[in-house]
Design a protein around this ligand. Sequence first.
Ligand code: G1P
Length: 319
Amino acid sequence: MVTAHTDSAHSTPLRTVVVPAAGLGTRFLPATKTVPKELLPVVDTPGIELVAEEAAEAGAQRLAVITAPAKDGILAHFGDFTELRDHLVTKGKTAEAAKVARAVEIITVQGVVQEEPLGLGHAVSLAEGALDDNEEIFAVMLPDDLVLPIGVTSQMIRVQEQFGGTVLCAMDVPLEEVSKYGVFDIADIPGQPGVKQVLGMVEKPSQEKAPSTFVATGRYVFDRHIFDALRRTTPGKGGEIQLTDAIDLLIREGHPVHILVHEGQRHDLGNPGGYIIACMELGMEHPVYGASIREAVTRAAAALAPATLASVQPLTSSS
Ligand code: G1P
C-alpha cells in the first residue's frame, strides 16, 4: 500500500524515532472518547503503525511514543497477541496472523507519559530520558502527518550528515494555509535546489507575517542541542512550549538548521477532512478494495454537476 524508495539502503546512526502522541484528538470526537486518533485505521492500518514502518525504513530500532495517561491503547497495539496469532494460524489464516505480528516485528516501542498537555516542545523534551547516552541524533515523526512516499527521513539524515545540526522536512503551501504551520525564513544554497538554510522559524503566523510559504510537515532530525534549547524555551503560541520556538533559538545561537523540500504527498490525518482523503487515496491503491473504491470515486465525480467540478481547485495539500 505504501511504497518505499528503492535507494533507501544505507547505514545510518539513527536509532530512535520520537512520536508525540499525547494529543486529545478533539477534532475527532466522539470517536476519540475511547480510541486514540493514532489508532484510527488508514484503510486497514492504524496511523501509528504507518509511522513505525517509516521509522524502521529510516533505520530506527526504537519508537519512543509520548502518550497521555489515558492513551495506553497505543502501546497495547505493539503487544505480542500470541493467542490471537495462534488462533488465526490454527484456522489457516496465516496472512492475517502475519498482519497481527507485523507491528511488534518491525520495531521496539517504548512509552513515555506526558502527564500534562504542555505542548509539542515539552513532549519532545521528555524523549531525552529515552535516548542512550551515545545517541547523537534522533528523529521526530508527528503521526498526524503522513508523508509519502516513505523515505523522506532517510534523505533528511543524509542532509544532516552533510550539514550537521537540525534538518526538517518542508513543503511549499499556498499562502492561505501558512497560519496552520511552523513557517521558515529561508536562504537558497547554491547547487542544492532541494535543501535550504533556515534563518528563522515562526509558529502559525498570519499571512502578513509569514516569512515564506515553506512550512514544517511533521518530520524532524535533531542532534542533542535541541534538549538544551527546549529547557530554555518559555510558553509561546497557545501558551504551549513550542518546538518551533526552540528551533528558532538554535538558529539565533548559530546552530545549523536546514530544510529538505518534500515534493511528494502529505496527508493530514489529524482531522476528519484530511483523514478521509488519505483513506480514499490509499484505498484506491489497495489490492483488494482498490478497484471498487476507484469505481465509487469515479461515479461520485460523474454525479457532480459540471459547474461544481469546474469550481474545484486542484489539491495542493489535504489538510
Ligand atoms: C505542529 C507544529 C507545526 C507544524 C505542524 C505540521 O502543529 O507545531 O510547526 O507545521 O505540526 O503538521 P500542529 O498541527 O500539531 O498544531
